[in-house]
Design a protein around this ligand. Structure first.
Ligand SMILES: O=C(O)CCC(=O)C(=O)O
Length: 383
């Protein structure tokens, strides 16, 4: 595999050319030592609060919910990292615009020997926006090739927008591994990887040591417009106060610099996700609810609150019914109950802490234990 060996100082003008040509660039000192320490401390606080809110121990919380979003909205240190560092200025410089908006921030941990693969994807395929932008990815430790570093397809931003990737539908080990453009981007603490929203990238598990914490801020040109049909499933859509087609605005998307009509650059349009009929990350929660509604014989329009998995007796009814209809072996009754409880916890953690089971481990277990067979029978019954 090719390994990146090119890095620039954050204020080096040559970085702009490299970014334009390659779709990524590694920069030193976007965040200084004190700011990196602040990321680590703030992350520990956010994790401790999220774990306590859902009565989970912090290590388990990070393993199950390695991605945590909207950090600057819930933590004063992450707020400082957004407003008092050079991240916005660097984003603006690389995008070549008079201003940028934050789309959102987040962090992804890959604890040693307890993480998985984030499959190949282009970030801006899941942004409900009409322009691409860039992400600033900063790890707070050295991250080597086996430590869960970013892997990219060099210059693949020039391929343009592709169909949004469905992490539940695709085998994460497949895809683009044979592409000769594949390049690993190991980093040292204090280096940031900036990637175009159109860049194909992934990260594999951290199989060495440490917790591999990456802090990310996602930036878009200040002229960007809301395009809901592009990716209406993205959770930030709920925070966008403007109408479709209008310029992005609102307190969730702070503006740095200014909006200049002259910056109205190239519009990107992504095709809609492909529906394969199998499990899909775009519809997983709704699909699982439909499975349960059908399985228990409720009307399709039954309000979600009446079929809440927070109700332990409902979970038992689902598992009993699956045994009864021979969707599962009786010996898997306990495993299915655990999946149902974990689905409920995922939902609880997402609502309380905006943290996510980024590898979709629990929905995968639902489909492999019972969901696939329920869906098949449901489809036959509905024909
Ligand atoms: O941090 C990682 O492991 C992957 C990040 C990534 O793929 C993303 O945020 O789009």
């Amino acid at each position: 595999m090719n390994v990146n060996a090119t890095r620039f100082a954050a204020n080096d003008a040559a970085a702009v050319d490299f970014f334009r040509d390659h779709g990524y660039v590694v920069l030193r000192d976007v965040l200084n030592e004190a700011e990196l320490d602040r990321v680590d401390l703030a992350w520990d606080t956010v994790v401790a609060e999220g774990a306590a809110a859902s009565a989970i121990d912090p290590d388990t919380f990070v393993q199950r919910y390695p991605q945590n979003r909207d950090l600057w909205r819930k933590n004063a240190d992450f707020r400082k990292l957004l407003f008092e560092t050079r991240q916005a200025e660097v984003a603006q410089q690389l995008l070549g615009t008079s201003g940028v908006r934050l789309f959102h921030d987040h962090a992804i941990a890959k604890p040693a020997h307890a993480s998985s693969t984030i499959p190949w994807h282009q970030d801006s395929a899941s942004w409900p926006l009409d322009r691409t932008g860039l992400s600033i990815w900063t790890a707070t430790t050295d991250v080597g090739i086996d430590g869960g570093c970013l892997e990219l397809l060099d210059a693949s931003h020039l391929d343009g927008p592709s169909t949004p990737q469905d992490f539940l539908a695709e085998d994460p080990t497949q895809g683009r591994d044979d592409d000769p453009r594949l390049i690993a981007v190991p980093v040292q603490r204090g280096e940031s990887v900036l990637i175009s929203g159109l860049m194909w990238h992934r990260s594999r598990p951290n199989v060495v040591s440490g917790r591999r914490l990456a802090y990310l801020t996602l930036w878009v040109p200040a002229t960007v417009r809301f395009r809901p049909e592009h990716a209406s499933w993205h959770p930030t859509t709920n925070h966008i106060p403007v109408a479709a087609g209008e310029r992005l605005d609102g307190e969730w998307f702070p503006l740095f610099g200014r909006i200049a009509d002259a910056d109205d650059g190239e519009v990107v349009a992504f095709p809609a996700p492909v529906q394969t009929g199998g499990p899909s990350m775009f519809t997983a929660s709704k699909d699982i609810r439909r499975h349960i509604t059908w399985l228990l014989g409720y009307a399709p329009d039954t309000p979600a609150a009446e079929l809440s998995l927070a109700d332990a007796s409902l979970r038992v009814r689902v598992a009993d019914e699956c045994v009864q209809r021979q969707y599962i072996d009786p010996q898997d009754h306990g495993a299915l109950l655990q999946v149902l409880e974990d689905l409920q916890t995922n939902d609880d953690v997402r609502r309380r802490s905006v943290a996510r089971d980024v590898y979709l481990q629990v929905p995968r277990r639902w489909w492999s234990l019972a969901g696939t067979r329920i869906a098949e029978d449901m489809d036959c019954a509905l024909v």
